[in-house]
Ligand binder design. Structure first.
Ligand code: PRP
Length: 210
């Protein structure tokens, strides 16, 4: 498993506004999408391509196109949905599947309440989107699910991670074909399983329930 923390002043700037409790929901939604697009640049570095020959107005040349089978983008509901548009802008030919997961507020264990994915993911490259990697439970469950269906490699793109959760993901997925791309790694998890300093509950802030 590989971890890549994007280091770019534009990402840090947008992340700072995202963290601010005064940032209203519509601005928060736009920022999540913009951050996703910036992180997608790193996250898609390993996207599979095939060589093609084309004709420019001047000459014949070779280039590349996104390979078949198409990559699969999997936003984890709810909060991952806020990242979807930012990702499909860069990978418009990808297929989109959905996983609905929620953490129990007491035990912090994730449960899967919705799944709409192709049955067979053999030979598919998957991109999992979830803004928050807190204990890591949701991401481990989501990636395990995709690998069990036959996905060849999985890239998870998260805006924020807690070091404890990142360590748990690394331990659970050691030796697997998995890459985690992050906007930042914060200080720690608090006793309620929230990332500190973090940005609060991404799902609530995206969809206006606070
Ligand atoms: C949040 C977040 C992740 C998960 C991270 O979702 O979006 O999916 O928690 O926590 P973990 O790393 O400890 O598993 P939540 O369960 O609050 O659901 P929501 O997206 O519907 O708000």
């Amino acid at each position: 498993m590989r971890v890549h923390v994007a280091d770019h002043p534009l990402i840090t700037h947008k992340l700072t506004v995202l963290r601010d409790r005064e940032t209203p929901s519509p601005v928060f939604r736009s920022l999540v999408e913009e951050l996703m697009t910036l992180l997608a640049y790193e996250g898609t570095r390993g996207v599979r391509v095939t060589e093609v020959e084309i004709e420019t107005p001047v000459a014949v040349t070779t280039g590349v196109r996104i390979a078949e089978p198409k990559p699969l983008i999997v936003p984890i509901l709810r909060a991952g949905l806020g990242m979807l548009e930012g990702m499909v802008k860069l990978l418009p030919s990808a297929e989109v599947g959905f996983l609905g997961m929620a953490r129990d507020e007491e035990t912090l264990q994730p449960t899967t309440y919705a799944e709409r994915l192709p049955d067979d993911l053999s030979n598919r490259q998957c991109f999992v989107l979830d803004p928050m990697l807190a204990t890591g439970g949701s991401l481990i469950a989501a990636i395990d699910f995709l690998l069990a269906r036959g996905a060849t490699d999985v890239t998870a793109i998260c805006i924020l991670a807690a070091p404890e959760g990142l360590k748990a993901v690394e331990e659970a997925l050691r030796g697997r074909e998995v890459t985690v791309v992050l906007g930042a790694v914060d200080e720690r998890l608090n006793e309620h399983g929230f990332i500190v300093p973090g940005l609060g509950d991404a799902g609530d802030r995206l969809y206006g329930t606070v």
